[in-house]
Ligand binder design. Sequence first.
Ligand code: ADP
Ligand code: MG
Length: 237
Amino acid sequence: MEPTTLLQVNDIVAAYGQSTILWGVNLEVQPGTVTTVMGRNGVGKTTLLKTIMGLLKARQGQVLLKGRPITSQAPYKIARAGIGYVPQGREIIPKLTVQENLLLGLEATPDHKPRMTEEEIYTLFPILKEFRRRAGGNLSGGQQQQLAIARTLISGPALLLLDEPTEGLQPSIAIEIGDILRRLVTTKGMAVLLVEQKIDFARHVTDYFYFMERGRMIKEGSAATFDFQELQEHIAV
Ligand SMILES: Nc1ncnc2c1ncn2[C@@H]1O[C@H](COP(=O)(O)OP(=O)(O)O)[C@@H](O)[C@H]1O
Ligand SMILES: [Mg+2]
């Protein structure tokens, strides 16, 4: 049997008031893969993730998770259906400890019980175990990003949406984040939908690419066949 598509975005149109941002976006995420959406600032990448998550209502089109429609449902319902969202700018709570921040992720589960244990999470993110009693605000940018991802994992999502997780991080720290994403996919069977602007980082972790311009997908392809030279030229403009 063909494995079912995990996430299907069909012809999504989304707008803020009168200003349409997404003009019929199509995208698929297969289980156990990292899929990346690339594109310059302002093309609508964050808007796409917000629309998938139900934070912005779609004007047209459909979002399906494992074949079931979740279009424009309440964000908490979408979280419980199996999508975890790590917003751009990693919104952790600076005054709470690392462990307290982590446990906030339980809010996304119907019964407030973890789907991935703290120990499993600390195995993926050893630095968070070491710093579990420190205030989140005292972590470095890379460690805060790890905490933001870990907090989402505690509810055991099938799909993780990540909005520019390496923004403002040094390349070596970005690579660490990339290694963690690969491990999630290979050892936990999760899927990741990543929004990125850094081609080198994205190539290192991605199975399938989409390239977005002004609210539309204009190119897609597997990491093996994608024309990165052309993408580089597009992004660099
Ligand atoms: N809350 C908002 N209200 C009105 N316009 C917005 C809002 N958020 C983003 N936009 C506009 O939508 C467009 C796409 O933004 P965004 O999705 O954040 O792009 P990206 O993530 O690709 O940089 C931009 O022109 C931006 O100014
Ligand atoms: Mg953005």
